[in-house]
Design a protein around this ligand. Structure first.
Ligand SMILES: Cc1cc2nc3c(=O)[nH]c(=O)nc-3n(C[C@H](O)[C@H](O)[C@H](O)COP(=O)(O)OP(=O)(O)OC[C@H]3O[C@@H](n4cnc5c(N)ncnc54)[C@H](O)[C@@H]3O)c2cc1C
Length: 297
């Protein structure tokens, strides 16, 4: 039983310009909050974790709902693009399969008509499913503040559970994903308590591509969700896969390295020890699957 059913009251504000948004966010010093799909915000308000006096709607601002793709420039995703629209974009399925799989692993189709990748990243849950994909795709986040825009690489965006480097007055405008190395193949494997609609016990994104300079002739990027205070890359495992010919034994060593990098907690979804074991299994399976894809290419 909720202490006070329904949402607390708030003012709805729809500023005309990004400058106005930044000013309002700065001035309100925590009393105002942005929302995109609201699938995190409204749940947290209902449960009493957030009580913003003002909710700021920015979905109508230029570029917020746009998706653009160019072979050289890569993929640009407005912060307010819902996950279903993004997953439906032909470039996402064709070039960014790891993102496609991550998007489709979030909750349900119904929820994804509202939920955005922008909100998923800004919410900064360690379990955010699109975060490992963004990490292996080396996405850049374009933030807008009172003094203009700045670009933050996703690797430096998360600072703790629910925390990011966004400063007072800043908000996310768009996500920029560079074009990928030739022949890249990606996978996202997620384990939840049920097949659909649950947050991850563990999630593993793997991106692999041919690289003649690597001893193994391949490079891999690996990132994990739900097994550390933030989503993380696992450079130790990546290095193992680059530095000697890839055999089942080498894959196993890399999977163990990923497991050892993970620092999970016990919670309602899983024990920490089970999470660790699942990181190893999912990492091994994802690497094997990416390798199969690379051999077919
Ligand atoms: C039933 C259910 C199931 C779910 N299952 C999953 C799941 O399987 N996987 C998963 O990863 N998540 C899941 N979630 C969580 C949630 O749906 C996602 O995190 C979603 O992507 C959030 O997007 P949104 O657009 O709704 O964000 P919102 O709720 O609108 O915003 C999320 C947070 O980001 C901030 N924010 C939003 N946009 C911006 C911006 N442009 N600039 C700065 N800050 C901003 C908001 O202030 C808020 O703190 C689930 C939620 C529910 C209710």
């Amino acid at each position: 039983m909720l202490p006070s059913p329904g949402l607390p009251s708030f003012d709805y504000v729809r500023p005309e310009t990004p400058q106005e948004v930044a000013r309002l966010l700065f001035k309100s010093n925590g009393d105002a909050r942005l929302f995109m799909g609201g699938t995190d915000v409204f749940v947290r308000m209902r449960d009493g974790f957030y009580a913003p006096k003002i909710l700021i709607d920015v979905k109508h601002l230029p570029g917020m709902r746009e998706i653009a793709f160019g072979k050289r420039k890569g993929l640009t995703i407005g912060a307010a693009v819902d996950m279903n629209s993004l997953a439906r974009h032909p470039a996402v399925a064709e070039h960014y399969s790891v993102l496609f799989e991550a998007l489709n692993s979030v909750a349900s189709y119904q929820l994804r008509t509202r939920a955005t990748m922008g909100g998923n990243l800004c919410n900064a849950s360690p379990a955010a499913d699109t975060a490992p994909a963004a990490l292996v795709l080396e996405a850049n986040l374009v933030l807008r503040g009172r003094r203009g825009e700045r670009i933050v690489p996703i690797t430096g965006f998360f600072t703790g559970p629910g925390k990011t480097v966004m400063k007072r007055g800043e908000f996310l405008l768009r996500i920029e994903i560079p074009s990928l190395p030739k022949g890249a193949v990606g996978r996202y494997l997620k384990l939840g308590r049920n097949a659909h609609g649950d947050l991850a016990i563990a999630g593993v994104a793997v991106l692999g591509y041919p690289d003649r300079k690597a001893k193994s002739k391949h490079r891999f990027r690996i990132a994990l969700a739900s097994v550390a205070p933030t989503p993380i890359r696992v450079p130790e495992a990546e290095e193992i896969l680059a530095s000697s010919p890839i055999t089942p034994e080498v894959i196993e060593v890399a999977a163990v390295a990923a497991m050892e990098t993970a620092r999970p907690i016990d919670d309602v979804r899983s024990s920490a020890s089970y999470r660790k074991a699942m990181v190893k299994n999912l990492t091994r399976r994802a690497i094997e699957s990416v390798l199969d894809g690379l051999r077919v290419e």
